[in-house]
Design a protein. Structure first.
Ligand SMILES: O=C(O)[C@@H](CO)OP(=O)(O)O
Length: 250
């Protein structure tokens, strides 16, 4: 299998709510200073590897948008075309948005907590449209219209993300553009599951670290040449993956 297409996935750097250990989902929080640094480091890594994106696709959330802007600025690729879509947003965390992860784990127990966080098809309870962390009425989601979720499991994320992959990202790859996708822990888990053909059971154990570019070289059938891709900074990725897995533990 030879590499035909180049895809770089980048989860946003640490956000204010990652640092506070709160369920975030579609709440539009800022990066922390550490998150900004991670984004700069991601740009340096792209530059060092000569991985210069020709086009970037992001979610509609500022933690992904800012991460892409900062990384591309460092890589001197701040000028490339950009496409943004709600279909790359983080998984909607329903009524859990804004809740403390450790307190939620204590209240509902490890099993329910992990079901909500990582199971393939168990969504959290839906958010009330009047909840302070609801996105109801947010003009940026006018285009999502009737598809706007009130909660999502990973299966739902795959269903809303794949049409965008097929219609917008794949055509860029076929044009042999180096594509950067700047998104989120769970929307990138959805994409990685699709690319690597990971089973519904095995995806439960996969976590994506913040701010470390993940390179996928794809063959002519859009299959990864190396399963799982390659983190540009594998050591930092291994430590950060463990930190995501441990979230919610005291
Ligand atoms: O809160 C969230 O939106 C996500 C990503 O930060 O958390 P988790 O890793 O628990 O799915």
């Amino acid at each position: 299998m030879s590499a035909e297409y180049t895809l770089v996935l980048l989860r946003h750097g640490e956000s204010e709510w990652n640092a506070k250990n709160l369920f975030t989902g579609w709440v539009d929080v800022h990066l922390t200073e550490k998150g900004q640094q991670e984004a700069r480091r991601a740009g340096e890594q792209l530059l060092a590897e000569g991985l210069l994106p020709d086009v970037v696709h992001t979610s509609l959330l500022r933690r992904a948008i800012t991460t892409a802007n900062v990384a591309l600025d460092v890589a001197d690729r701040h000028w490339i075309p950009v496409h943004r879509t709600w279909r790359l947003n983080e998984r909607h965390y329903g009524a859990l948005q804004g809740l403390d992860k450790a307190a939620t784990r204590d209240k509902y127990g490890e099993e329910q907590f992990m079901l909500w966080r990582r199971s393939f098809d168990t969504p959290p309870p839906p958010i009330d449209p009047d909840d302070e962390y609801s996105q109801a009425g947010d003009p940026r989601y006018a285009e999502a219209d009737g598809d706007m979720p009130l909660t999502e499991c990973l299966k739902d994320v795959i269903a809303r993300m794949l049409p965008y992959w097929e219609s917008a990202i794949v055509p860029d790859l076929r044009e042999r553009r180096t594509v950067l996708v700047a998104a989120h822990g769970n929307s990138l888990r959805a994409l990685v599951k699709h690319l690597d053909g990971i089973s519904d059971e095995d995806i439960v154990g996969l976590n994506i670290p913040t701010g470390i570019p993940l390179l996928y070289e794809l063959d002519g059938d859009l299959r990864p040449v190396t399963a799982g891709g390659r983190y540009l900074d594998p050591e930092a990725a291994a430590a950060a993956i463990q930190a995501v897995a441990n979230q919610g533990k005291h």
